[in-house]
Design a protein around this ligand. Structure first.
Ligand code: GDP
Ligand code: MG
Length: 305
């Protein structure tokens, strides 16, 4: 006699919201591994990141979207298009805002994302994040201001950073997934290629150490990924910036900045790949790279249409 398999659910959930509201933090919390880059600098997530949440009741694939915002450059417009595409192809949308301006409700950035939410698409939950930053009595007025801006199926109040109200969150979200078997192997936590994660890791170090000086005008291209030696992975990468002055900042006095970035990135890469890494970094100034199709393609940002 064959056993009847227990009913499981599986599907995709997209996390959308303006930059910096805490999308990556929530995904990392739910997945339990660091898959999306978290940074104070807005807009560090450029590609979709798939994080896998495996539960006894099924599997949920979380999709991080590039921060949706009014397009300025060719790259940013592509990112908005990607996010809009993503939202139509998932089973659930989590629209995230942050609870830092309890009296004014949605800011202009939030309203732009709201306007991009598909009206005839999958169910949308409103996630109000960073509740650790406001007083309890400020939350009700905030909910009042935002609850009727869209036909939200539910309103969730969480702190992704402090893990408040997140204990049964994954299970709650899974209930929105259709019935079905897991879509991916259960030991996988991300389907992003190691190379992409490596370039994001390096970029995170640059953003962290240069802060205001190098805003979003940098990207990292992996040039060499050599695993021919069994005991070590050799990685060479080019850091592209827009201006010569930015190149000077990234290199630092007598190469000190590049050395710090390289050392920290190598240590993280060794942890991620679980083996020794030889990392060589180059810095090049190249004006207008954000509108260069060939470079965007290498970064994994696809042209829409
Ligand atoms: P994303 O751009 O929406 O992906 O935002 P991130 O996940 O990168 O988070 C942006 C910043 O907000 C980071 O400094 C996070 O540590 C911080 N953050 C995220 N969630 C919370 C939260 O619940 N409470 C507080 N106080 N900060 C948070
Ligand atoms: Mg992010």
């Amino acid at each position: 006699m064959s056993e009847t398999p227990a009913e499981t659910r599986s599907g995709f959930a997209a996390v959308v919201g303006r930059p910096n509201v805490g999308k990556s933090t929530l995904i990392n919390l739910l997945v339990g591994e660091k898959v999306a880059i978290v940074s104070d600098v807005a807009q560090t997530t450029r590609n979709r990141i798939h994080g896998f949440v495996n539960l006894p009741g099924g599997q949920m694939v979380l999709v991080d979207t590039p921060g949706i915002h009014k397009p300025l450059h060719g790259m940013n417009r592509l990112m908005v298009d990607e996010a809009s595409d993503t939202m139509r192809g998932v089973d659930l949308i989590l629209f995230m805002i942050e609870a830092v301006r309890p009296t004014s409700g949605l800011g202009p950035g939030d309203r732009f994302v709201l306007s991009e939410l598909p009206r005839d698409g999958p169910p949308v939950l409103l996630v109000i994040n960073k509740v650790d930053r406001v007083r309890k009595e400020d939350l009700l007025p905030l909910i009042d201001r935002v609850k009727d801006t869209f036909p939200f199926k539910e309103i969730l109040l969480v702190s992704a950073l402090k893990a408040q109200n997140t204990r049964d969150l994954a299970g709650k979200l899974l209930a929105y997934m259709p019935e079905g078997p897991p879509l991916f192997p259960l030991d996988q936590f991300t389907d992003q290629q190691e190379r992409f994660l490596a370039s994001e890791l390096i970029r995170e170090k640059i953003l962290h150490h240069t802060r205001q000086e190098i805003p979003h005008e940098t990207c990292v291209l992996i040039e060499v990924w050599d695993e021919s030696r069994s005991d070590l992975t050799r990685i060479e990468a080019t850091i592209l910036v827009e201006k010569e002055s930015q190149k000077k900042i990234v290199i630092g006095r007598e190469g000190s900045m590049l050395k710090t970035v390289g050392t920290e990135a190598r240590e993280d890469l060794e942890r991620m790949l679980d083996r020794k890494v030889f990392l060589k970094l180059w810095v090049r100034a190249r004006g207008g790279w954000r509108d260069d199709d060939a470079i965007l393609e290498r970064l994994g940002i696809r042209r829409a249409g």
